[in-house]
Design a protein around this ligand. Structure first.
Ligand code: COA
Length: 362
């Protein structure tokens, strides 16, 4: 069953959307497919950069979509240059077409062959990771997510532990949480920048975010248009912005959302402060810890590739999680020497650098 007629083609919404939604419904069920439909509309109708089509490639059999992979356009600062890239995301092959037609592989090879600089998402399944790597994407060292337990009883109950181990874990996590909350309280009580919640970010701060981002060798560009679309206007998830200001000027922001709809974990998908500005990072973090604790989330997770930020996280009682996030890049070699691509501290990467936090139950 080699099925040579199954070719990868660009996605045209008018032509493919209906059968693509059917594929989603078969795979995820109607309710989740409906959430995904809202996410797709938000991408196709509102996302800055959506004119960089195609936003997806598909394989269709007799007019019905049977496999698909999305591309999220973004721009990165790479050593001071603004460079367009695409994230590969949202790979799915109809169950009846898995295996021999090699549709997953065809979509991957197509992603590299179109010549665009690509980065693969952080929450890939094992199969997706292998497909990326076997098709020629470059695997990088996994990224680490840091987690703070805010509800020790719930947190321990999520693990399959003996009664004695669960008890020891609850005791330890209760002590860590007490230290973390009192540290957050102290940090917020110190003189320094002010942190407050805002619904949307004002474009007047864009030049400041650009200046901060340029302090990192490699990071995605961020402006109000992108941040408001991605977080404030999300169709299914409720994010908040914490904005730090010093003397009336912005000093940094942090985006977070509390746990939601059966999820237990709160997440920080993005933050930006000037490199090494651990004081502002600490304040933003202290604010978000207090907010997510008050909202009743079981834990709080955040990712960073910056060693100084990881140190701050450890001081607050965050611990690096056992499972690490695989990620890959393709067609980057013309821009950067290998050792730069592979060195974490040259990047400012966050959980929002993947589609994992776009879908409702990531
Ligand atoms: C992952 C998926 C896209 C593979 O599609 P496919 O068309 O069967 O893939 P191909 O036949 O082209 O390639 C299969 C490769 O994946 C590997 N693979 C397939 N299913 C796997 C699994 N469950 N676990 C580990 N590896 C798997 C195969 O061994 C093969 O590896 P190889 O390239 O070394 O031979 C498909 O199973 C799928 O849609 N899964 C559900 C959605 C999903 O997990 N998407 C990824 C989200 S990050």
């Amino acid at each position: 069953m080699s099925m040579p007629h199954l070719r990868v083609v660009p996605y045209y919404r008018d032509c493919h959307e209906w059968t693509y939604l059917e594929l989603l419904a078969r795979h995820f069920g109607r309710e989740e497919a409906e959430r995904r439909r809202r996410v797709l509309a938000w991408i196709h109708e509102r996302m800055p950069g959506r004119e960089r089509a195609p936003l997806r490639h598909v394989v269709a059999d007799r007019g019905r979509v049977v496999a698909s992979m999305g591309h999220l356009p973004a721009e990165f600062w790479i050593l001071g240059d603004r460079v367009p890239i695409r994230y590969t995301h949202d790979l799915l092959v109809d169950e009846r077409y898995r295996g021999l037609p090699r549709l997953g592989r065809k979509l991957m090879i197509n992603a590299l062959a179109t010549g665009a600089r690509v980065a693969g998402g952080l929450w890939m399944t094992d199969a997706s990771y292998r497909l990326h790597v076997n098709a020629g994407f470059e695997p990088l060292e996994p990224l680490t997510t840091y987690t703070l337990a805010l509800n020790p009883v719930d947190f321990a109950a999520q693990r399959n532990l003996s009664a004695a181990k669960a008890n020891a874990m609850r005791w330890l996590l209760t002590a860590v949480r007490a230290q973390s909350l009192s540290r957050a309280d102290r940090v917020l009580g110190r003189p320094g920048c002010a942190v407050h919640d805002v619904d949307e970010l004002d474009p007047v701060y864009d030049a400041v975010w650009e200046q901060f981002a340029l302090g990192y060798a490699i990071t995605r560009t961020r402006d109000a248009a992108y941040l408001n679309w991605r977080y404030a206007w999300h169709p299914n998830l409720e994010y908040r912005f914490a904005l730090a200001t010093a003397g009336g000027s912005p000093a940094g922001f942090m985006v977070w959302r509390s746990s939601h709809d059966g999820e237990k974990r709160a997440v920080v998908p993005d933050f930006l402060v000037a490199r090494w500005d651990f004081a502002t990072f600490e304040r933003l973090l202290a604010h978000v810890i207090m907010q997510t604790f008050a909202a009743g989330s079981t834990s709080l997770s955040i990712m960073t590739t910056q060693p100084w930020a990881a140190r701050v996280l450890r001081c607050f009682g965050f611990y690096p999680r056992g499972t690490r996030n695989t990620w890959v890049v393709g067609n980057w070699a013309d821009r950067l020497p290998r050792r730069w691509i592979g060195e974490h501290s040259t990047w400012h990467m966050v959980l929002g650098d993947s589609d994992g936090d776009v879908w409702s139950r990531a």
